[in-house]
Design a protein around this ligand. Structure first.
Ligand code: SF4
Length: 142
């Protein structure tokens, strides 16, 4: 795949080609993403349920990777994906059933091990959660 065509798996809803990939579940201190099945997404109009401003408090989005316009991209790869794989413990034993995988930058660059950690990442960290803050903060700001 052309590197420019990769998708970001922790995107904002106003980014190019943004679509929901999962629903935040668990608790504020232990976020878990429930990944959507294709059939569920086809009938789901997320804008009917939540505003753009609040969307990342409820949903995880995939969207076209913005590469150099993103603070996580070092010119070669996504450092957020690296930190998720290197700094977080696995939270599942098997690959989550994720629709984004064929185009996901994290998976393409870090392999299946990042998927075992991915379900604990919230793009917008719930206020009471410190769990994923390490992952969502660009390295230079950490
Ligand atoms: S589960 Fe894997 S393929 Fe899916 S968004 Fe997370 S890192 Fe990407």
């Amino acid at each position: 795949m052309n590197a420019a065509a990769y998708d970001c798996p922790s995107a904002q809803p106003d980014m190019t080609d943004a679509r929901p990939i999962g629903l935040l579940s668990g608790s504020p201190t232990e976020v878990r993403i429930a990944f959507f099945k294709k059939e569920a997404l086809q009938a789901f109009d997320w804008r009917a349920h939540v505003s753009d401003a609040d969307a990342t408090q409820v949903l995880r989005f995939g969207a076209r990777c913005e590469e150099k316009r993103c603070g996580h991209f070092d010119g070669h790869s996504c450092q957020l994906g690296k930190r998720v794989r290197d700094d977080l413990d696995p939270v599942v034993d098997h690959l989550p059933p994720c629709l984004l995988r064929p185009s996901c930058r994290w998976h393409a660059e870090r392999g299946p091990s990042v998927c075992l950690r991915c379900p604990q990442v919230a793009t917008m960290v719930p206020p009471a959660s410190a769990l994923a803050a390490i992952a969502v903060t660009p390295a230079e700001a950490a």
